[in-house]
Design a protein around this ligand. Structure first.
Ligand code: PLP
Length: 412
């Protein structure tokens, strides 16, 4: 029989969303007439904006004519899209990113998961806790995580707690990790780091030779002026940080699949024999070997987001979700719950009332309000006692969910 990669065997089954689905199904079967409002999964509900849809139709027509047909494209993405990204997302904020530092892909999940290919399996990894599970699980698959510990962690991964007591601002590590994953605005907590707070991480990485993997999938939701949209707004970040972006939450591309990663040319790593190597060259080599580029039609859709109409339409969708976020946040606050997020991110993170565990509150909310959310403990040990609701639902459902929750009587 074929020997498997034991790192996969060590991974626990994907418990969180399977368990949520299992409990929802059981509840729906037992209560067939109940209308459950789902505010759990991170998927969006608004359709693709007209500018991007028109661009896809035109691109589909291109594919039907030999003179405009596009086969394999550049692995890094078409230059017209990378130019639009460099100008629209960076130059417009006074940040210089060269088009050969941009790598277009099928999304940020792939890129944050695949980036580990170019670094040693010896590297020590740090994550904030609670955390987007992809960062941890892909390091387990690569053999970088060590062994599971009784408290639900991994022996070779450092966990940086983000809890109410530290206002969800992780303390700098004490053990000089080689790689630090930061996701801001944060999924699942909806919290952010200000420019000064992020500057401390860049300074730390520079002093300790660490690499920051900065996931800014929710950049488009930022409203606070002191929250940076890109880590490269911080001086010195080009020498220590890779940035991941996605059109999924920005423009509803969760089903179309497109994102990009920025690997600055200043970023260097060291080989076993002491040679200094550019991470940009390694990532180019990795992508051109294992990836054949995002589809032409989808890249045309992404390009359309940078036109004035595309920009306006995307802003409208984000405003729609952020109205939901405000309704959720204000409604829950008025009930006396402790709530974070929802200002620069489409997630609301709340402390479970009456000292309920995350899963107890999941069942409580489902039984009493027929509202489904996500237990915070599913994102890591520091998520215990917290709960996530998303603003990605329909407006009417969000309003109804808050009305139902208002009927609850809870004690802090
Ligand atoms: C949704 C999400 C992504 C985006 O993933 P895609 O593969 O681009 O759809 C990346 N990071 C975080 C933290 C997310 O929540």
């Amino acid at each position: 029989m074929i020997r498997i990669n034991d790192n996969f065997h060590r991974l626990a089954p994907t418990y969180l969303f399977t368990e949520v689905a299992r409990r929802l199904k059981a509840y729906a079967t037992a209560n067939p007439d109940v209308d459950i409002i789902r505010m759990g999964i991170g998927d969006v509900t608004c359709p693709i904006c007209p500018a991007a849809v028109e661009a896809m139709k035109k691109a589909a027509d291109d594919q039907s004519d030999p003179s405009t047909f596009h086969g394999y494209g550049p692995e890094q993405g078409y230059e017209w899209l990378r130019r639009a990204i460099a100008e629209g997302d960076y130059m417009s904020r006074g940040v210089n990113v060269d088009i050969d530092e941009i790598f277009v892909s099928d999304g940020a999940k792939s890129d944050t998961g695949n980036i580990g290919d170019i670094i040693s399996t010896e590297c020590r990894v740090a994550v904030t806790d609670p955390v987007y599970p992809v960062y941890v699980d892909t390091n387990v698959m690569a053999g970088r995580a060590g062994t599971p510990t009784p408290d639900g962690c991994w022996s070779r991964i450092s966990y940086l707690p983000c809890i109410a007591e530290n206002a969800f601002i992780p303390a700098l590590p004490t053990d000089s990790p080689d790689v630090i994953y930061l996701c801001y605005p944060n999924n699942p907590t909806g919290t952010t780091l200000t420019r000064d707070e992020l500057a401390r991480w860049v300074e730390y990485a520079r002093a300790h030779g660490s690499l920051i993997l900065f996931d800014s999938a929710y950049e488009a939701y930022i409203t606070s002026p002191d929250v940076p949209h890109s880590i490269y707004e911080i001086e010195g970040a080009r020498e220590v940080a890779i940035e991941f972006r996605s059109f999924s939450k920005t423009a509803g591309f969760t089903g179309l699949r497109c994102g990009y990663t920025v690997v600055p040319k200043e970023l260097k790593g060291v080989a076993e024999d002491g040679t200094i190597v550019s991470l940009n060259s390694l990532w180019l080599r990795r992508q051109s070997t294992k990836f054949n580029g995002a589809s032409y039609i989808i890249q045309r859709a992404a390009e359309a987001l940078y036109t004035p109409e595309g920009h306006r339409q995307v802003a409208d969708t984000i405003a729609y979700y952020m109205r939901n976020a405000r309704i959720l946040r204000e409604g829950l606050e008025q009930m006396g719950l402790h709530v974070w997020g929802g200002i620069d991110a489409p997630y609301i993170w709340l402390r479970t009332p009456d000292s309920m565990s995350s899963w107890e509150f999941f069942d409580f909310l489902l039984n009493h309000c027929h509202v489904a959310g996500t237990p915070g403990s599913g994102f890591g040990p520091s998520g215990e006692g917290y709960f996530r609701l998303t603003a990605f639902g329909r407006y009417e459902d969000t309003v109804r969910a808050v009305e139902r929750m208002r009927q609850l009587s809870v004690n802090e």
